[in-house]
Design a protein around this ligand. Structure first.
Ligand SMILES: *[C@@H]1O[C@H](CO)[C@@H](O)[C@H](O)[C@H]1NC(C)=O
Ligand SMILES: *[C@@H]1O[C@H](CO)[C@@H](O)[C@H](O)[C@H]1NC(C)=O
Length: 462
């Protein structure tokens, strides 16, 4: 198989233009600090004038590596766009501590070093000096992401000095960003501008092809008895509108039509939870107050993990991020208030939201980068049947062989005969079907997710 990565001239030109416009040629300003023992590092990278990205690195206490098999590093990209990786990805999904600051036994730190970023600029602790510095396209976000990686390769000894393979893992919209940044980084590595090993790109319930998701929400819900024929007919009409608008490049209009489609599904399904079809939407204040407008799905995404264990000692994510965590980190400017979801960041990207990134995944595959897709069986917003639909559109030479192979059942985490997942791999494409999980696999199936990520990154600990 062809292993070289030929940049597309047009796309490179665009990236270059973005770089020039934003003065990326100047060395990024970097502020790095951390714990005395070096087990944690965090800081800001100013990737452009007025644009400050926050990152937080944890070194694994389980590190075991040999020159033949260096210990891997995972960079987690949260969804939204507008959700905070350093907050939600870290304390609610895979980081070493939970929201009550108690150890999480399923933390991915057992398998890899972890980097959480608040991405893009304007999310969580990351900030823009004024709103004009927010990104309006995924390409701009990818340029910022590549700028961040250039700085991190120098700031984090594991990456450049120790040759740790870096895996970009994205959830939901974070997966689209992971594909975009992965491609931009692969090219920068190929051109000798970025020096580290890109281990792979991992797409968890990722927003890769909005068209294929719009076309499959209703079919899935009909098959599991949450929509009737009448509702499916109406929903499919709306999905066809979304499809036509995307085809015409009318991404802003497509986003509105898609929101209408979700509103229809909500009313006809008895308010199904679009992140897990076995659940209904809670009547929490967040989703109730933001039911209209383009940000409503973002707010639902950002609050649906907030089910707090009962008890008065329980922390909230907003409470710790604006309290003890901010105090610990010391470098967060006083006027930066951590939010569950940045609607400004979402709104700045809204005309880009429905743009697919199937081509980027295709190019990653033909560049020889390992791409892993994992998807929760119960997800509605990024339904597995929609993911299978976009995978079938790939032009990658290995696709036919990939599709013809049998899947292997996985019995992770259980001595019984219950199957937890299926996997299929061919060359550099890997697909995990995760059973009994919704949109956030590490939350719904923490033990399965831990075992899966260990396999994906070939952790010496697995
Ligand atoms: C892709 O992953 C496989 C293991 O799953 C590994 O053997 C291979 O070296 C990886 N390829 C690249 C280019 O990283
Ligand atoms: C973590 O703790 C829970 C509850 O005690 C347990 O069910 C689970 O098997 C443990 N391990 C992992 C890896 O999730």
């Amino acid at each position: 198989m062809e292993r070289t990565c030929h940049p597309l001239a047009a796309l490179t030109g665009l990236l270059y233009l973005v770089c020039l416009l934003h003065g990326d040629h100047a060395a990024a300003a970097v502020t790095t600090t951390g714990t005395a023992d070096g087990s944690e590092l965090w800081g800001y990278v100013q990737v452009r004038p007025k644009a400050h990205l926050f990152w937080w690195y944890y070194k694994s206490p389980q590190r075991a590596s040999s020159p033949a098999k260096p210990w891997p590093t995972i960079l987690w990209l949260h969804g939204g766009p507008g959700g905070s990786g350093a907050g939600r990805g870290n304390f609610l999904e895979v980081g070493p501590l939970d929201v009550n600051l108690k150890p999480r036994n399923s933390t991915w730190l057992q398998k890899a070093d972890l980097i959480f970023v608040d991405f893009p600029v304007g999310v969580g602790y990351s900030y823009a000096d004024d709103p004009s510095a927010l990104v309006t396209t995924d390409l701009q976000a990818a340029a910022d992401g590549t700028g961040l990686l250039k700085a991190l390769a120098k700031e984090i000894p594991a990456l450049q000095k120790e040759g740790s393979p870096l895996f970009l893992v994205g959830e939901s919209y974070g997966g689209k960003l992971a594909a975009m940044i992965g491609l931009s980084a692969a090219r920068a590595i190929h051109a000798g501008q970025l020096k580290f090993t890109l281990g792979g790109v991992v797409l968890g319930d990722s927003w890769i092809s909005p068209e294929d998701f719009a076309l499959t929400h209703a079919r899935l819900l009909q098959d599991v008895s949450r929509l009737d024929d009448n509702a499916v007919g109406a929903a499919n009409k709306m999905a066809a509108t979304v499809q036509a608008q995307i085809a015409a490049g009318q991404f802003g209009a497509a986003e509105k039509s898609w929101t209408d489609l979700l509103d229809l599904i909500d009313s006809k399904s008895g308010s199904i939870n679009i992140f897990n079809f076995l659940l209904d939407t809670g009547v929490d204040s967040m989703s109730a107050t933001s039911a209209t407008g383009s940000s409503s799905q973002l707010m639902k995404y950002s609050t649906y993990l907030d089910g707090q264990p009962s008890g008065s000692e329980s922390n909230t994510i907003g409470g710790i991020m604006n309290g003890v965590i901010k105090q610990k980190l010391k470098i967060i400017p006083n006027n930066v208030v951590w939010q569950a979801a940045s609607t400004q960041v979402f709104d700045a990207l809204v005309n880009n939201f429905m743009k697919p990134s199937v081509n980027e995944v295709d190019q990653l595959l033909s560049c020889g980068v390992n791409v892993t897709v994992y998807n929760g069986q119960l997800d509605v917003i990024c339904p597995t049947i929609g993911v299978e639909a976009w995978v079938q559109k790939l032009t990658w030479v290995g696709l036919k062989n990939f599709l013809s192979l049998p899947r292997h059942p996985l019995h992770y985490c259980d001595s019984s005969k219950l199957i937890k997942a299926f996997v299929r791999s061919y060359e550099n494409l890997h697909f995990y079907w995760i059973l009994e999980a919704g949109h956030s696999v590490p939350v719904d199936q923490p033990c399965v997710a831990l075992n899966m990520i260990g396999s994906i990154i070939q952790s010496p600990a697995s």
